[in-house]
Design a protein around this ligand. Sequence first.
Ligand code: G6P
Length: 615
Amino acid sequence: MCGIVGAVAERNISNILLEGLKRLEYRGYDSAGLTVIRDGELHRERQVGKVQELVNAVEKNPSFFEGKIGIAHTRWATHGEPAQCNAHPHVSGKVAVVHNGIVENYAPLKEELIAKGYVFTSQTDTEVVAHLIADAYKQTDNLLQAVQQITPLLHGAFALGVLHVDHPEQLITVRLGSPLVIGIGIGENFIASDQLALLPVTNRFMYLEEGDIAVLTKDDITVYADGEKVARDIKELDAEHHNADKGEFKHYMLKEIYEQPDAVARTVEMGINQQGFKADFLARNEAILAHIKHIQILACGTSYHAGMVAKYWFEDLTRLPCSVEIASEFRYRNPVVVDNTLMICISQSGETADTLSALRDIQRRSKAGEINGFASLALCNVATSSLVRETDIFLPTLAGVEIGVASTKAFTTQLAALMLLVLKIGRVQSRISDDVFNEMIVELHKLSGQLYSSLSLDQAIAELSEKFEARKSAIFLGRGVQFPIALEGALKLKEISYIHAEGYAAGELKHGPLALVDKDMPIVVLAPKDSMLDKLKANMQEVHARHGELFVFAGENTQIESDERLHVIQVPDVNEILAPIVYSVPMQLLSYHVAVLRGTDVDQPRNLAKSVTVE
Ligand code: G6P
């Protein structure tokens, strides 16, 4: 999704802006631009394609873009195709604007502005904002007041960065539904959609609240809420957040796949030691966890698949009813939420628009007295995110910064943290016996080692991936708790290799997808040694009999024999309940290697964004 960077300083800021944009590339975008104020004029450059195109254009005439105040942007097209005229910043006279999010009512506003004589040079909703500010400024000569006046006219969720040539000391920013953080330097201040963009220049950040408007000068930051000055906390980030380099790896995704044994171990150790729960793990939340009678999980994308696994776990281990739903469906269907529901929102970023909106809708209904005993929990990788701030309980995933658009270590740490939560609720409500609990403690401690072992399949999977390179489609099959992993395996493959892939519960095979099976259709099967194995073998026979080519990721002692059209990849032995965590790794490696062979942009697949901040 779009990325914003802005700076006001005593030094030239154009390289800070460009470096910031590079650090936001992971969010997904199709064009980039920047504007600085220099010698009483706006100097702007915009390019379709990668940030490097913008860097090249600026480097042709670097002194032209030397300025002490500027804003920059990576655009992910919503209104208007990826084109130079639609790239940000957008300008109206002396005003320049960068914008993340959507202005839903831009069409009537645009008509009014056209009637007033404003000329539009793009198809974007953003240009409306630039003209509105320029128009309001005519009456006030005060940039802050102009921004404050027009903000209530805009419907939707958005963040803005605003400059005016006559105020070369002022950078104004608005946060209303899209992420925006202020970076605090010494004699310089910054804005960005993600603090990652600003790590080369500061580790001190101020997090705005929804509706805040802030004025930054090089020495000051003044934040306004509803027109009144307000104070917002400043936080210093620790060194762990700085670890965002690829290191020896060719891609962030591969690095992040390899970080999983450590990331999962960190997440597990957050909750338990060899004896059981750590004393402080969710200790303050026990009263809430004790009274809940139903679990409602909401999430999008890969995080939704983690939620699907958790449903099997919650119902199997605690016997508490658990529903899981895609946030964008849930929020628009007038759902029933029973009393004493714990809503678990799973999100790597904590900024996904649909997940946040679904949560807010239900929180409103709870406040209105429609639902009793409602509580919300954020399972999230970003402690400073909107989701964490707006929920009752925060359960972190300790994956560290995840850059690759295709989520890997965030997913497996979500699963590890979800298992901790299942156990915690199960124990608080005396729904899990000592024996089962102790067994799970032992198995959770083995996970990191098993993940290391699964990484040793890398070479074998790289070789296997050649058989997928030229395919047009693939089917992924799993049963029980492996069904969501089949969905996740298919999602990974389509996201980064652009091969069409579908995941199915293997029992559904003969209800449709079997019609697709022929010698050209690869079928990936997740086959750990578990209670579903015999049923799964029968499904594999159905494929084999129709000359489909099977790629079976099989547990030890599953007695599945390789032949010409059946390739077995042996996965390390693992506890049946936790197997989805370990089996995720070969799925990730398969899609990674196929994508590399096909020469796609592994870390920034086309049309996708890491953090989806519009609905
Ligand atoms: C995007 C990302 C996915 C992610 C999904 C949900 O589609 O590309 O990797 O799973 O959003 O994001 P969240 O941050 O809420 O987990």
